[in-house]
Structure formats: C-alpha cells, structure tokens
Ligand binder design. Structure first.
Ligand code: TYM
Length: 328
C-alpha cells in the first residue's frame, strides 16, 4: 500500500495540521510501502510570497515533520520543487480536468475571494498539481484533514477519466480522514477551521507555541454561556476543546465528557491547556535541536527527492506513452 500526502511549507504549522494530518503521517510510516511525504513549495507560489523566505520555510517544515516523528529511514520525505515530474504531470492532467470542476473548488473560491492582489492562474490549477502529486506515485491512500476531502475527490475523478480515455495507467486513490480531529476549529471563532491564513492569531495554537502562549490562548477560547462540558451543535467552542482533549488522550469524546462531568469550564480549559502543552513540548524541544542543522536537513531532502524521482519517473514514462506525448 502506497501512502502519499503533502503539506505547505511554513514554520507556523498549527494544532489542526498536527492533529488532522501530521499525526497520521507518523502512523502511516509503518503501513506505507512506502509512505511518501512532500513539502509543497510549488503550491506555495500560488499566493503572494517572499522568495527569500520560501526555502527557509521548507527547512522549518522539514525540521517540524522530523520532530513530530517522521523518520527518513521509514518514509520518503522530500520537497516538491526538487522533482520536476510533478509539474510535468500537472500539465498532462489538465487534458482530463474540467474547467467547471476547478471553478467549484471550495478552497479556490475562498482563497480567490480573499486575494487583494493578483488571483493567479496557479491558484486555479492548484488542485491539478495536487492530483499530480498523488497520481505520480500511484498512491492508494491520502491521509489529510477534512478540508482536503474535495481535492482528493477531484483527483479520483481525474484518475478515472484518464484511465477511461488513455487506458488503465493511474491508481485511483482513497482519502483517509481521521475519525476524531479532522477539523480543528479556531479558538476565537469556533465555527471556522483553524488555519494559517484565515484564522485569528489568538485563536490559532501553533505547534511551536510555548506553554505560556498555549495556556493563554486556551483559557481565552470562546465558549458558550452554559456550563456543561459536552459536544453539541450549539456548543462549537466546548465541542472543539473536547475533541482536542480526546485526540491527545487517545480516547473518544464521550470518555472526555464523562471525565469532566459537573466541572466548570475554567477547570476544563486548564486541563486542556496542560494536556496540549505536554503534548507539544517534546515536538518543540526536538525542533529546536534539529532546525540549526541546515546541512543535515538539506541532505535529508536531497535523498528523499532521489527516491521520489525514481518512483515518479516510472509513472511519467507510462503516462507519456499512453498519451502519445514526446518520442518513444
Ligand atoms: P496544508 O498545508 O494547508 O495542510 C496540511 C494538512 O493539515 C490538514 N489541516 C487540518 N486538519 C484538521 N483541522 C484543521 N483545522 C486543519 N487545517 C489543515 C489539511 O487537511 C492537510 O491534510 N493542499 C494541501 C497540501 C497538498 C496535498 C497534496 C495534500 C499538496 N499536495 C497531495 C495531500 C495530497 C494543503 O494545503 O495542506
């Protein structure tokens, strides 16, 4: 079983990324044959960005993923921009991608509406590049948070359409979304997902936040005026904290509800703050150890890219052949 997932390069990864995705990457290392994880610098250029910061951000993310438990001996970890097969396949797949489908992508609609400067064609084609990322490796499984579900559905459509048009060439991947923690919400606006770009600063728990910041943010999290620690549609703030606690403890929501039955919100928030701080502390400490070794991080990425390219170039050979593109 091949596993593939991608993550945007930024040092400001948050608890949503960690719980929804990174946790699954770590677990996937032992099931994946191989598990392939890609830091998507080519996706990062679809919105305004600083070239001088992009490479630094890739190293930040590499160090964070290693700190979280990825082990280059048990997975393939690389940078998208180092393997040119991704961009080539992206273009080839545009031949079997409907313009209307791209127009319906929720993330495109949200991001383009937010964009005050140029809405780039790259932002529109973003999901095709994402499809290329996965399909280039003939991956069976794509571990992601809930917000990426629509992109995985689209890549399935693209693979099916390709196979129908050009013959059985690509694997149609399955999405893998965690049962608990697939959509962690902003602490200040608990009806919106926690996100690097759209959330409030106070409502976003960063993986690298220290204990003081974590405690402050969780204690000031928006909750309802009731007093029951319970998951309910009209209690998005408390529901979110219950879910975070459940994931960290490795139990289901009802177990947390029972544990805090009859307790005040203040005491519950204090317990969540301590649990989150304990959970993130080792990652932060390990990150501080790993991040200064830039040569080591570069080396890890270079070795990963070599392994990735060997896999992707085999698929590209078949795709070019099936499509009749280039020479024999
Ligand atoms: P990115 O970098 O925005 O997010 C990385 C992962 O974190 C998950 N996630 C969340 N999970 C739970 N709660 C949240 N609030 C939350 N916010 C983010 C995302 O679902 C994602 O799994 N387009 C992708 C990167 C990508 C990719 C791919 C993913 C590029 N190519 C191929 C899978 C396969 C993205 O922007 O992720």
């Amino acid at each position: 079983m091949r596993i593939f997932s991608g993550i945007q390069p930024t040092g400001r990864k948050h608890l949503g990324n960690y719980i929804g995705a990174i946790r699954q990457y770590v677990e996937g290392q032992d099931r994946g044959d191989p598990a392939i994880y890609c830091i998507v610098d080519l996706h990062a250029i679809t919105v305004p960005y600083q070239p001088s910061e992009l490479r630094r951000a890739v190293l930040d993310t590499t160090a964070m993923l290693l700190a979280a438990g990825l082990d280059p001996d048990r997975c393939v970890l690389f940078r998208q921009g180092d393997v040119h097969e991704h961009t080539e396949l992206c273009w080839l797949l545009t031949a079997v991608t409907a313009h209307g489908e791209l127009n319906r992508m929720t993330q495109f609609k949200e991001k383009s509406a937010r964009q005050r400067e140029l809405v780039s064609a790259g932002l529109f084609l973003y999901p095709v590049l994402q499809a290329a990322d996965v399909l280039a490796y003939r991956a069976h499984e794509v571990p992601v948070g809930e917000d990426q579900r629509q992109h995985v559905e689209l890549m399935r459509e693209i693979a099916i359409r390709f196979n129908n048009r050009f013959g059985e060439t690509l694997v149609v991947p399955e999405v893998r979304v965690p049962e608990v923690g697939a959509r962690i919400m902003d602490l200040q606006a608990p009806t919106d997902k926690m996100s690097t770009t759209a959330s409030t600063e106070q409502g976003t728990l960063y993986v690298l936040d220290d204990e003081k910041a974590i405690t402050k943010k969780i204690k000031s999290a928006v909750t309802d005026s009731g007093s029951e620690v319970r998951v309910a549609a009209d209690k998005p703030g408390i529901s979110n904290l219950v879910e975070v606690m459940a994931v960290i403890r490795g139990v289901d929501n009802p177990t947390i509800e029972r544990e805090f039955d009859g307790q005040q919100y203040g005491a519950f928030k204090q317990a969540v703050a301590e649990a989150v701080a304990d959970f993130l502390r080792p990652v932060r400490e390990r990150y501080e150890e790993l991040r200064p070794d830039e040569a080591g991080l570069q080396q890890t990425l270079a070795e990963g890219a070599e392994r990735a390219q060997a896999l992707a170039s085999a698929t590209l050979r078949d795709v070019r052949h099936a499509m009749g593109v280039g020479g024999e």
